[in-house]
Write a protein that binds this ligand. Sequence first.
Ligand code: NAP
Length: 244
Amino acid sequence: MKRVLVLGGTRDARLIASDLAERGHHVHYSLAGGTQDPKLPKGPTARRGGFGGVDGLVGWCLVQDIQAIIDATHPFAARMSRNAVKAAMMMNLPCLRLQRATWHPGAGDNWTLYARLDDMVLSLADMPARRVLLAIGRQDLFRFAPLKQHFFIVRSVEAAPSYPPQSRAILARGPFSEADERALLENEALDLIIAKNAGGPTGQSKLAAARTLGREVWLLEPPTLPPASLAEDPSEAVAWVDQL
Ligand code: NAP
């Protein structure tokens, strides 16, 4: 039995945490606390809110006598992932990051990959009116505020503090079926999807729908993270704890 901290906020993290708890490990499941009504895994002890940087994380792990850290945060939650690696090094604790392979375009895809959100916004600023499905979460929506010529359907789990001037919010939590994604693109006459290249199985329906309907996709590539032990899927992460 190990005392494990699972850094969460994703479906994969919930799977890992509940699976580990079922196998008899003592699991703390941690959330940043930004979502009002988060989904929680069955079994583990849940905690919410930042630790207070690397030092706070170290202190918390020492108090809880944590023996291993699994970082299963969203691939774009870079600060937490960097802090996890640093804290684990300071405590000499094993630390594993769940890192799904990113998506790659195939035949029939019309994708543009961007390393920086600012470059995406600049490209959009130069374009005539588009109808866009904007599915990048809530945090960076303000960057799209100057883009007055485009119409955005903004999809997020919870409401954002502000939206682009011409937009409509859809509050929904995935996963979405490919048929639903096709219906959304068609009913709203959307010609461009803007999303994060988060990888994994659940977000791919929108990409498949775009392929079928010949719609354009712009994806933001994930940030570069420090080297760490990696697992590509939840079962690999669970097996890693079992063999510690
Ligand atoms: P971030 O920029 O990497 O983290 C900002 C700060 O929030 C961290 O320094 C940490 O505060 C706290 N934090 C983040 N994740 C935490 C966790 N699991 N448990 C405790 N504290 C956490 O992260 P973010 O992009 O704001 O994302 C916040 C959370 O939402 C993440 O847990 C992530 O899994 C989830 N999420 C993010 C996205 C996205 O696109 N970014 C999408 C879906 C879900 P301290 O430094 O004080 O410890």
